[in-house]
Structures are given as structure tokens and as C-alpha cells.
Design a protein around this ligand. Sequence first.
Ligand SMILES: Nc1ncnc2c1ncn2[C@@H]1O[C@H](COP(=O)(O)OP(=O)(O)OP(=O)(O)O)[C@@H](O)[C@H]1O
Length: 287
Amino acid sequence: MKSFGPVRAVDGVSFTVEAGSVTGYLGPNGAGKTTTLRCLLGLVAPDSGRALVGGRPYASLTAPLTEVGAVLEATSFHPGRTARNHLRILCTAAGLPQSRADEALAQVGLADAAGKRVLGFSLGMRQRLALAAALLGRPRVYILDEPANGLDPAGIEWLRGFLRHLAHEQGAAVLVSSHVLSEVEQTVDNVVIIARGRLVRQGTLTELTSNGRSVVRVGAVNAAELGPALETAGGAVERVEDGLLRVRGLTAEEVGRIALDRRVALRELVEERTDLQKVFLDLTEER
Ligand SMILES: Nc1ncnc2c1ncn2[C@@H]1O[C@H](COP(=O)(O)OP(=O)(O)OP(=O)(O)O)[C@@H](O)[C@H]1O
């Protein structure tokens, strides 16, 4: 728990970010995301409870840059320094080889801007530079506060791939905050949703979006035969019109397989997407 005067910024929030996965930490503006991440990074002391990295408080880590890569909102850089120099100074302070600066800049797509002063950097370039700083020590844990802020659509797409790569290929534990669920839906494996400082929901993205509400629309030439077969397999079938069914409780793949087994020709097979932003708003409004 962490209060600022009368405001309970974070209260009773408990979750674990597993290695090899990306966890989205989601909530509307002012929900308490940044405060939680600042607690994790030892920048704010919680009034009660603990925030640990690899089982230890951040302050007790002997070489933090090699253990945790962090990008916080409004990360400030000395505007007169070049991107390369900024990172080299961090390398020196952390006892890392200077060569890591250029390697990290290349990783975030800033190789061409390495010698440019940060003063002229766009918001998106600053976000990439902050990420490069987080990468310097090749840590296994990443704590990123709204890292997509300021990135253009191509930058957001790049970030998605990059975070998935860190988690899925390099086995890192990645925690990424956002106030827009749809922004991270293609990146995250797990979600933790908070509102007004309290935990609202946590689980896999699939659990959040299906939640018994996922619907498969299937058009079949012989719907009269397919319907009962789907019901036998555990689906709840609604007959919309002649030859068109809406099925809950089965995936599109399962419906397709059952149709194949029965040799029923399909006209259409569509998983009706849950509107993630609506799920998010339903969960976080009025709490
Ligand atoms: N240093 C502080 N002093 C006073 N109040 C604070 C401080 N930091 C945060 N708060 C308050 O705590 C609450 C949670 O803020 P926090 O920045 O953690 O939310 P957030 O989820 O990160 O929001 P955003 O998406 O807008 O960044 C807000 O009501 C905020 O005003």
C-alpha cells in the first residue's frame, strides 16, 4: 500500500511477473501504475507490503543495471549530450564496457542517431533511447512505464516485436504499463488490471477476452446436423437464422474440426472478437 496524503495510490495489489512472458500492467490514468513501478524500483517506499525483483528489494541489488532494465515516464536526458555519450556515461557508472552503448543503440534502431544531441530527439526517439539504456546491462527483468508513448504506428509495431523477443526468445520477465489495453493486446501474455489503486483482474489475455463470452459464428449448409454435434461437444448453440449459428464455449478451430468430422460444408467460420477496450472500460469504470 502507498498513500500520498489522503490518496491511496496503490492498495492491496499483488502479482508476479514470470520469466519468459510479457505482463501488461493496465489501468486508466491515475490508477496507480507508475506508483507501483516506482515502488518496484525503490524510488518510492511503500507504506506497507513489498515489491521485489527476483525475490529481493531493488535497493539491495549489487549491479542493478545488469538485473533490471527500467524505462520510466518522462525519463530525462542531458539535452546537450549525444545519445552515444549518454549511454557511455551509464556504462562507465555501471562498470559495463563502452561498446554496449552502440550495441544497445543499434538494437533500438537508433544507430544512425548515435552521434546526435538528444536535444533534437523526438519523443519517440527519446523512448527508444530510454529503452537502449535499459538494455545496456542485458538484464533479465524489464520494468517499462508506458514505453509506447510518443512512438508512431511503425514504432509501436517494432516495440511489440521487441518486447516479445526479449521475453519469448531471451527468457526475460517483462512488465509493461499502459492505459490503453488495445495498445498492448498484441504484445502481452498476461494482464494485471488496476483501477483506483486496487487490483481489478489478473490472468492471461485469453482468459480476459474469452471469459465465457467468446462467440464463434458459423454458417453451414447443413446447420441442422452441425448444431446438435456442437452441443454434444459442449458448445452453447444459438440458431440465428437459417444455416447460421452462434456458438459459445468452443473455439473456431474446434467448431471447424467438428464440422470436418461430420463432413458438413461451411460457408463461414468467424471468431467474433471481444472488444478489448470495452472489456477494459467495463472492468475499470466506477471502481
Ligand atoms: N508524488 C505524488 N504526490 C502526490 N500524489 C501522487 C504522487 N504520485 C502519484 N500520486 C497520486 O497517486 C495516484 C496514482 O498515480 P499514478 O501516477 O501511480 O497513476 P498511473 O496509473 O501511473 O497514471 P497515469 O496513467 O496517468 O500515468 C494519483 O491519484 C496521483 O495523483
